[in-house]
Design a protein around this ligand. Structure first.
Ligand code: 13P
Length: 248
């Protein structure tokens, strides 16, 4: 069985004080055990050491990005080696905000994923269609192409969580319906069966992101192919605890 996965993507938000408050709420929360749900929070780079130091041991941390290859003369970048050095076990790669705002292509994202995995860091790989693409009926085509770019560059999916985040649902309050999420997750799993392997399809967690909150998570979590969430806005609030609890 696939262990439920809940990621909190804090994006480019917060101060050191905010970090303390959020971590305190998480540390005091009663949630299902780590055998049942894997919880990973992703603060901005500068707060990673602080969060790592304060956070309860059954939760872990992710970076929100990293450089595509070995570090060096790349001003402003953070390398996978540095994340290893800091013992950061996870990284989010290919988030739609980076694809759209920073121009990261599917090939570039796939290169990052392959390099990061090679360094022993686990990856939350994000994919998802725009509203225009959904309305044009090309959702499956788009997410399959994004997944294909990854599949061409990696062979071991053990340390990958696939995050389906429709761009139109991110930060908009317009959450995908459970049926819409299930349809795409099921399509992705079938794509993995055919193009990678039935074993990888069966074991890879496919999580949903986009306007998930404490009120809508239960119904989404009940869908058979929704293996967890990647949460933005609500991960900065106490309701993130309710989302973690939707694992059971
Ligand atoms: P929201 O939950 O704020 O819509 O953001 C989702 C997201 O982008 C998580 O990576």
């Amino acid at each position: 069985a696939r262990k439920f996965f809940v990621g909190g993507n804090w994006k480019c938000n917060g101060t050191g004080e905010d970090v303390k408050k959020i971590v305190t709420v998480l540390n005091e929360a009663e949630v299902p055990s780590e055998d049942v749900v894997e919880v990973v929070v992703s603060p901005p780079f500068v707060f990673l050491p602080q969060v790592k130091g304060l956070l309860r041991p059954d939760f872990s941390v992710a970076a929100q990005n990293c450089w595509v290859r070995k570090g060096g003369a790349f001003t402003g970048e953070i390398s996978a080696e540095m994340l290893v050095n800091l013992q950061v076990p996870w990284v989010i790669l290919g988030h739609s905000e980076r694809r759209a705002l920073m121009g990261e292509s599917s090939d570039f994202v796939a290169d990052k994923i392959a390099y990061t995995l090679s360094q022993g860091i686990k990856v939350i790989a994000c994919i998802g269609e725009t509203l225009e693409q959904r309305e044009a009926g090309t959702t499956m085509e788009v997410v399959a192409a994004q997944t294909k770019a990854i599949a061409e560059k990696i062979s071991d999916w053990t340390n990958v969580v696939l995050a389906y985040e429709p761009v139109w649902a991110i930060g908009t309050g317009k959450v995908a319906t459970p049926a819409q999420a299930q349809e795409v997750h099921d399509g992705l799993r079938k794509w993995l069966v055919t193009n990678v392997s039935p074993a990888v399809a069966e074991s890879t967690r496919i999580i949903y992101g986009g306007s998930v909150n404490g009120a809508n998570c239960k119904e989404l979590a009940a869908k058979p192919d929704v293996d967890g969430f990647l949460v933005g806005g609500a991960s900065l609030k106490p309701e993130f605890v309710d989302i973690i609890k939707s694992a059971t």
